[in-house]
Design a protein around this ligand. Sequence first.
Ligand code: C2E
Ligand code: MG
Ligand code: MG
Ligand code: MG
Length: 281
Amino acid sequence: RVAATQKRTVSFHADTEQENMERRVSLLGELEGAIEREELQVWFQPQLDLGSNEIASVEALVRWQHPTRGFLAPGHFIPLAEKSNRIDSLTIYVLRKSIDALMAWCDEGIVLRAAVNISARLLSSRSFIREIEQLVSTSGIPRDRLVFEITESATLDDPEESTAALHRLRALGIAISIDDYGTGQSSLSYLKTMPLSELKIDRSFVQHAHKEVSDAMLVRSTIQLAHELGLTVVAEGVEHAECLEFLRSAGCDIAQGYLIGKPMTFDDIRTITAEYSRKVA
Ligand code: C2E
Ligand code: MG
Ligand code: MG
Ligand code: MG
C-alpha cells in the first residue's frame, strides 16, 4: 500500500512539474504583451499610521487579469519576470500607475504615499535607475511621496553598485524600505551600509506576535533596533485586533494587513481613507 501511494505521488509530481514548466514558459511569453494591453492591474493595500490613526500610505501590488487563466496573483509571474528582463518594464509600469493614482487622490484632497516593490536585482541596472530618475522628475510628483520596498529573491548581484543606486534614489526624495525583514538574505550589514529609511518586518514574525512569546520578542527588539538607527518600522501581515494592540504597545509606526484592509482598487482606497479620517475626527 505504501509503495503504491508513493508511486502515485511520484507520477503526480512529474505531471505537475511538466505542466508547470509549460505554463511558466507561455506566461513569460505573454507578459510583455500583457503590459502593453494593460492586462496588469495595480491594486493598493492601505497602511495605517499608528501615530495619527489615519491611512497615510498604500503599498502597490500588481495583479494580472489574464484573458484565459483568470486573475493571477504576483507569485505566478513576478519570479518569472525577475528571471528575464521583463521585470524592468513591469516595475516602471507599476510605478507609473502608482504615481498617477497618488496625483489623482491628491486632486481630491487625499494625500498619500505609495510604496512600490523593487526587485533587488534591478538596483544593479543603470538603465533602470536612469529611467526611474526620468519618470520621477518629469511626473511632477512631490518629493517624499514614494517609498521603494526592496525585495530580494537572491543575494544582491553587486552590493556596491546597489548601494550607489540607492543613494541616487534617495537624492530624488524616494524613501527606501527593506521588505520582508528578518527572512531571506537581508542582514544586519544592510542596516549598516545602505541608505535606508524604513524597515518592514516580515509577516511570519508579525502574524502571531500577540500570542507567541518568541515572535513578540523578535518584533519588539527589531522595532527598538530600527528606531535606534532612525528608521521607520512597518509591520506587515496584521490580521488580528490583538496583534494591532501589541504593535502599538511595542512602538511600531505603521501597520499593514487584512485587519486594516486587503489590497483593493483605487476607488476603495478613497473610501477607507475617509472612514479612518472620520474615526479620528
Ligand atoms: P510583499 O511585498 O511582502 O507584499 C505583501 C503580500 O502579503 C501581498 O501579497 C499581500 O496581499 C499579502 N498580505 C498583506 N496583508 C496580509 C495579511 O494580513 N495576511 C496575509 N496572509 N497576507 C497579507 P501579494 O499581493 O500576493 O504579493 C506577493 C509578493 O509579490 C509581494 O510580497 C511582493 O514581493 C511581490 N510583488 C507584488 N507586486 C510587485 C511588483 O509590482 N513588483 C515586484 N518586484 N514584486 C511585486
Ligand atoms: Mg512589499
Ligand atoms: Mg513584504
Ligand atoms: Mg512578506
